[in-house]
Design a protein around this ligand. Structure first.
Ligand code: C5P
Length: 210
């Protein structure tokens, strides 16, 4: 059983995906964290985010331990992640990582929940249920801003909003696996919903699909 959750930054994908995975006893993969891990490796090495060879090396040698790095949510890493994500060969290397995860979810689990930008369209086109979460850029920036502040990272709302808009633009316009809902995805606008309401609606949608 595979559940795909896509959408732009701050739409509530991570919170929902983690909760679904826990409720259903499935493995969880935050696919954004693998792009972030590659971006973080480039920053470590002092390489430019558009250095294709360095990005490809980092993607091919992705260390699962890097997905747990505590600095992955920093704005500089978000930016680098979305820059490496436009490179088709980087996406291909990371696709293989994601396919291995879904083919045999860790811990012998019988299902997996993945969240990202292209899970329903590219990574798992045959997912059992696909959700596309959206919300206004302002609502998403507000959430991301709070999240950063709560984790002790200094954050300025206007900057977060600007960054979210820039990433939306880059993620939607790129030619390799752009951000868009799969044809068979159910879109859920979370602007006016809290986490419990999103979870309840998602459970209902998944029950209808499976
Ligand atoms: O979801 P998150 O904000 O952590 O993702 C960071 C960046 O990684 C996104 O802005 C996007 O460019 C890229 N990404 C992607 N495909 C995915 C997940 C993330 O291109 N499936």
């Amino acid at each position: 059983m595979i559940i795909a959750i896509d959408g732009p930054a701050g739409a509530g994908k991570g919170t929902l995906a983690r909760r679904l995975a826990e409720a259903m006893g499935y493995a969880y993969l935050d696919t954004g964290s693998i792009y972030r891990a590659v971006g973080a490796r480039l920053l470590d090495a002092g390489a430019a985010a558009n250095d294709r060879q360095a990005a490809l090396n980092a993607a091919r040698n992705l260390d699962p331990a890097d997905l747990e790095r505590s600095d992955l949510r920093r704005e500089a890493v978000s930016e680098a992640a979305s820059e490496v994500a436009v490179q088709p060969d980087v996406r291909q290397a990371l696709l293989e990582f994601q396919r291995r995860f879904t083919a045999s979810p860790p811990g012998g689990k019988t299902g997996a929940v993945l969240d990202g930008r292209d899970v329903g369209t590219v990574v798992c086109p045959h997912a059992d249920a696909k959700l596309f979460l959206t919300a206004t850029p302002e609502a998403r920036a507000e959430r991301r801003h709070k999240e950063l502040q709560e984790s002790g990272v200094e954050s300025i709302y206007a900057r977060v909003l600007e960054d979210i808009k820039a990433r939306d633009e880059r993620d939607s316009r790129r030619t390799a696996a752009p951000l868009r809902p799969a044809e068979d995805a159910v879109t859920l606008d979370t602007t006016a919903l809290n986490a419990d309401e999103v979870f309840a609606q998602a459970l209902r949608i998944i029950a209808e699909k499976t």
